[in-house]
Design a protein around this ligand. Structure first.
Ligand code: FES
Length: 339
């Protein structure tokens, strides 16, 4: 009695004998010395898809990919809008769920259901086998992919959307672009000088040797616009700190940015006797007065404090003749911008 479990010996003669299976064709030519090569015709039952209604299943897979696409797009929008984590998780989950479900359904119901078997023979393909393999590969690829062109496109679209939104965290997590923020302050031509409680500064408010911290009236911006107003001269005295600034210091007043050019600390102290502004962080000293425009004379500050041009209006209020003519604060940027 033959033993079914015993290993069968495969000889070229046995392989040359062909097969009864209508789904198989014999590729070796008649009289060929090569072992028979059996391949499965694409019309064989193994190549039929598992879905009872392929069109309906295609639509279902398309719906799943569309849900995935919308999920990824929603994740991108939610991330962009700084939405709560629950929305980020939900949208990303829906995206992956739709895409994954589409993959599974496509593979399970729209791919050839098989099974495929192949007789074993001597390893190492002959040229005919290689040629046949290439043909088969191309024709099977058509069955699997080309006939589902719409799904391939939709899958590509969902993957592209995911690739784009995946880059969002890299870009958006860096925070908003500073753009020209560091180059500008809120000071404009005609801005009133106001104190921290919003009161306009009148020309009689500060005595010689006195100081006041001021801001532009229309935009109280303490970070970049804070300015040190110093009265270094007498009423009626025009203080010229350097050439080109002949009318920037009316009635004995000078105004300089309060943001230190070293590391951005507030320049908070004024020494009346030496006419110097002092930054308490690292003790930078800036000379001010006639002929000196906040020149750093001690400490690590690398450049003078920008000067705010002043004027006095007809009612005696101090106003900015213009904004700063250069960026304020530490000078990591290119110099020469305007405010
Ligand atoms: Fe002003 Fe360093 S921040 S001296």
């Amino acid at each position: 009695m033959p033993d079914d479990d015993a290993p069968r010996e495969l000889t070229p003669e046995a392989l040359d004998a062909g097969t009864d299976d209508p789904g198989r064709i014999q590729a070796a030519g008649e009289g060929s010395k090569s072992p028979a090569i059996e391949t499965v015709s694409i019309d064989a039952p193994q190549f039929q898809v598992a879905a009872a209604h392929p069109r309906r299943m295609e639509r279902s897979v398309a719906l799943m990919f569309t849900i995935g696409l919308l999920g990824f797009a929603g994740f991108g929008a939610a991330y962009w809008q700084n939405a709560r984590n629950v929305f980020l998780g939900l949208t990303l989950g829906v995206g992956f769920l739709g895409l994954g479900a589409g993959f599974v359904a496509w593979g399970k119901y729209l791919m050839p259901r098989g099974p495929f078997s192949e007789s074993r023979h001597a390893l190492g393909p002959t040229p005919e086998e290689k040629e046949k393999f290439v043909e088969d590969f191309a024709s099977r690829g058509k069955v699997s992919v080309e006939r589902r062109g719409f799904l391939v496109k939709l899958l590509g679209a969902a993957s592209a959307v995911f690739a784009i939104v995946a880059a969002f965290p890299l870009l958006r997590s860096l925070g908003p672009l500073p753009k020209k923020l560091f180059y500008k302050t809120a000071w404009r031509k005609g801005s009133y000088l106001v104190t921290s409680d919003g009161r306009r500064v009148h020309v009689d408010d500060v005595e010689t040797g006195g100081i006041l911290v001021v801001f532009p009236d229309h935009d109280w911006d303490p970070a970049l616009s804070q300015t040190m107003l110093v009265r270094v001269g007498q009423a009626g005295e025009n203080i010229v700190t350097e050439k080109g600034r002949e009318n920037w210091g009316p009635e004995g007043y000078l105004a300089f940015s309060r943001v230190c050019t070293h590391a951005g600390c507030p320049v908070a102290l004024y020494q009346k006797a030496t006419q110097q502004l002092l930054c308490p962080c690292h003790q930078s000293l800036f000379d001010i007065g006639p002929g000196v425009a906040a020149l750093p004379v001690f400490g690590p500050a690398p450049r003078p404090l920008p000067q705010l041009p002043l004027e006095v209006d007809s009612q005696g209020y101090l106003r900015a003749r213009n904004g700063y003519d250069q960026p304020v604060g530490p000078g990591f940027w290119e110099r020469g911008g305007t405010t």
